[in-house]
Design a binder for this molecule. Structure first.
Ligand code: HEM
Length: 444
């Protein structure tokens, strides 16, 4: 067993972080080219270790539950979502809360959202006019936000929901420029100088969002009507082992987590999917062919099962996964991985993007080729857009269903086209990597 740490870049920290913010994919690819399957950043004995080999990722995801702490409850994520959010919880409580939150996103409950997803897509895209370019992202975001609002609160209309929708949109829009995203990485920039400062503006938006969520919780408690099947009702009925219900603060943290995690990522992925489908005419042609072959009596379940549609969604999430790295896994006791020995405190980062771009798993990785997913099956350590192990994305099935049904609804309703044939380059958007905000399309 080698005792030294994996290779580390010598780049000064400030330059490294700036590259991570402004050129997040080059940051990963450049180091991977130089250092290979595993590399470390940071000077201490307990660095951040990027792992982009399936074997290493398998060992991390399958390790004993107590070996790592993986709750992203510190820094910006902790501040945005709160310490009681699923993403911040650890151990027993994390497992208990996951058990509670999993059923609404699976099986029959999930299938019940199918019609709603198609209806919302139609309603949101209805005002689009022929020949008039439109920004793709806001449309996708409106669809995915409405879907998650319905799942979380059981309703999508009313004054509070319109307000919540607008404020959440503005709050997340705030990080769409890499410049504002830098505030997340440099806490010294988090200065509240009122509405004039970017951080001040963000804080005020967040305050208003929090207020609306608390209002809804209080109103539901007052009404005392817990017959709905939405997630807020479910959480309000849940009790811990001593029989205590969740506090307002705990409810708030969980709801805002689902609202944010549940629509940002799916909206970016849908935007990418529409780009690829129309950037490559053969992809659109094959998709349309498969959809038209279904016939008039096809159910939404039949659509969701279409192999080529599924392959297009998988390839979209492979080539530009919106979350490029899974959550940090912070080591709690000594551990050996891929020929190296690590001390407690080391943080492992399973690199989703780098694994998805390995030539040995995905030949010509820069090429968008849905057929890969028809030709072979990939292991959960080779294909991991939703992470893995005990932290795997809880909304994975909803996101996959949503992507398929929104694409199918849009293709069956409209003929779209790109405004030009220039390749679209991914950009940083807060903690995610997404299509540029100004990406437009047009009805043919
Ligand atoms: C295309 C859409 C989505 C992508 C690419 C995505 C990706 C991810 C990734 C990579 C993780 C981290 C997993 C890990 O570290 O192993 C994650 C966690 C999570 N996601 Fe998603 N996600 C998407 C949609 C959703 C939706 C629709 C919801 C909500 C309903 C959601 C809720 C969550 C939550 C709550 C966690 C934290 C799980 C935990 O800590 O146990 N995500 N997601």
């Amino acid at each position: 067993m080698v005792t030294q740490l994996p290779p580390r870049p010598q780049t000064p920290q400030l330059l490294r972080v700036l590259k991570l913010i402004f050129r997040p994919l080059d940051y990963l690819e450049d180091y991977q080219k130089q250092y290979g399957d595993i590399f470390a950043v940071g000077k201490s004995k307990t660095p951040l270790v990027y792992v982009n080999h399936p074997q290493g990722i398998q060992e991390i995801f399958n390790a004993d539950k107590t070996l790592f702490k993986s709750g992203a409850g510190v820094g910006f994520v902790g501040f945005l979502l709160g310490g009681n959010s699923l993403v911040a919880l650890e151990g027993e409580r994390h497992q208990r809360e996951r058990k509670l939150l999993t059923p609404p996103f699976h099986g029959e409950r999930l299938r019940n959202y199918s019609q709603l997803i198609c209806d919302i897509t139609r309603q949101v895209t209805e005002p689009l006019e022929k020949g008039k370019p439109f920004l793709v992202r806001p449309i996708m975001q409106e669809i995915t936000l409405k879907v998650i609002l319905e799942a979380v609160f059981g309703v999508t209309s009313g004054e509070r929901y319109t307000k919540l929708q607008n404020l959440l949109g503005s709050m997340l829009e705030f990080f769409n420029s890499p410049r504002n995203a830098a505030i997340i990485f440099f806490s010294s920039l988090q200065q509240d100088w009122g509405n004039w400062s970017p951080w001040g503006r963000f804080l005020r938006l967040k305050e208003k969002v929090d207020q609306l969520i608390y209002e809804e919780i209080r109103e539901r408690r007052k009404q005392g009507n817990f017959s709905g099947s939405d997630i807020l009702t479910l959480l309000m009925l849940a009790t811990d082992e001593e029989g205590n219900p969740m506090t307002d603060e705990e409810l708030h943290d969980e709801l805002i987590t689902l609202l944010i995690a549940g629509h940002e990522t799916t909206a970016s992925s849908l935007t990418w999917a529409l780009y690829w489908i129309h950037y490559l005419p053969e992809v659109e042609e094959k998709l349309r062919f498969q959809l038209s072959n279904l016939g008039e009596n096809a159910s939404l379940e039949d659509i969701a099962k279409l192999p080529y549609l599924n392959a297009v969604c998988c390839e979209t999430l492979r080539i530009y996964p919106v979350i490029v790295s899974a959550f940090f896994r912070v080591l709690q006791s000594p551990f050996d991985l891929m020929g190296y020995h690590f001390e407690p405190g080391t943080a492992f980062i399973p690199s989703i993007y780098l694994v998805h771009h390995r030539e040995d798993i995905y030949p010509n990785p820069k090429q968008f080729k849905p057929e890969r997913f028809l030709e072979r099956q990939f292991s959960p350590y080779e294909y991991l857009p939703f992470g893995g192990g005990i932290r795997r994305c809880i909304g994975m099935e909803l996101a996959r269903l949503e992507m398929k049904l929104v694409i199918a609804s849009i293709l069956s309703q409209f003929q779209l086209q790109l405004l030009n044939n220039r390749p679209l380059k991914p950009v940083r958007r807060g903690l995610t990597v997404a299509p540029p905000n100004n990406f437009k399309m047009m009805l043919r």
